[in-house]
Design a protein around this ligand. Structure first.
Ligand code: GLU
Length: 296
């Protein structure tokens, strides 16, 4: 079936070999299924994302030879869509404001850890340790009116209770990177993430909310991305169920590591596509380096 694929980089650094693998896999799979490839710029973080880095994404992807449809969706141009989704969740009574600073959260986690190991999410970040959920309505309103900055969080227990049996049996179709199209049904475990942030203090959305709203808005049927986002899919499936959005198929591919075996980061200059290109690498070299053959 012709799928709708998307590559969704954030313009907060230069694309590296890990991005190349993701972009090329999306492009190859889209071509193989006579499908479409969309490009989405995930630029909700207005302090870290820069226009020149967005331009570099277009240039690097063009050089690699991946062709995407236009217009490109920029998340920063769709804050009203995320606000609408938030309002929907709020109307279900599933959203609450939390006011702690990062330092306060760290102190709370430290205190909880001394009472016993405070749980971490699948990425290793401590679950939200605060008690903002139990603030009275009047207290919340007073703090907001005083100008205190706040994040909006999903009340995970209430969200799961609302979904009932559906919440207990959420899962996703995972194909991994294999060529043979073997599908496995992965059980989702959103509770492992605790009360995730839906809107940050400085941004009217979060990665989780924006990605779910956008995949549905763009009609994405195939999500192909790195294994670092495998567990986040549990949160995405939960939000899709709450918002009545369709569930795409997922493929979480291997990550490319550097010579020391560490995951590549945006600051790993030597594996930036820009640097490799300037050093004389060809797009076929890049395909080989990420283990995809040279495409011939
Ligand atoms: N913007 C995310 C990143 O650059 C990818 C999000 C996704 O594919 O769901 O890591």
């Amino acid at each position: 079936m012709a799928g709708v694929f998307r590559f969704a980089p954030s313009p907060n650094g230069l694309l590296h070999l890990g991005h190349a693998l993701s972009a090329l896999l999306n492009a190859d799979l889209a071509e193989r299924s006579c499908g479409r490839l969309l490009l989405r710029i995930e630029d909700i973080d207005r302090t870290r994302c820069r226009p020149e880095l967005e331009a570099a994404i277009f240039s690097d992807l063009g050089w690699l030879g991946t062709a995407w449809e236009t217009p490109v969706r920029r998340q920063s141009e769709h804050f009203s869509d995320y606000r609408q989704a938030l309002q929907k969740l709020d109307a279900m009574g599933l959203v609450y404001p939390s006011f702690e600073s990062r330092a306060e959260i760290a102190r709370l986690v430290f205190a909880r850890d001394t009472e016993g190991d405070w749980p971490r999410d699948p990425d290793g970040t401590p679950l939200y340790p605060g008690d903002a959920k139990s603030l009275s309505r009047a207290e919340r309103e007073a703090r907001i009116a005083s100008g205190a900055p706040y994040a909006l969080r999903l009340d995970m227990a209430a969200a799961l209770a609302r979904l009932g049996e559906t919440g207990k049996t959420l899962s996703w179709r995972e194909r991994g990177e294999a060529e043979d199209d073997t599908v496995s049904e992965v059980p989702a475990n959103p509770a492992a993430w605790g009360d995730v942030v839906l809107a940050r203090k400085d941004v009217p959305t979060s990665y989780h909310l924006a990605v779910v709203v956008d995949d549905a808005a763009q009609g994405v049927t195939e999500v192909v991305r790195g294994r670092d986002l495998f567990h986040a899919t549990s949160v995405h499936r939960l939000l899709q169920a709450l918002l009545g959005l369709p569930a795409p198929n997922y493929r979480h591919h291997r990550l490319i590591s550097d010579a020391d075996g560490k995951k590549l980061s945006k600051s790993t200059g030597a594996t930036a596509l820009r640097a490799l290109r300037e050093a004389g690498a060809t797009p076929a070299d890049i395909r080989r380096r990420v283990g995809l053959g040279d495409g011939s």
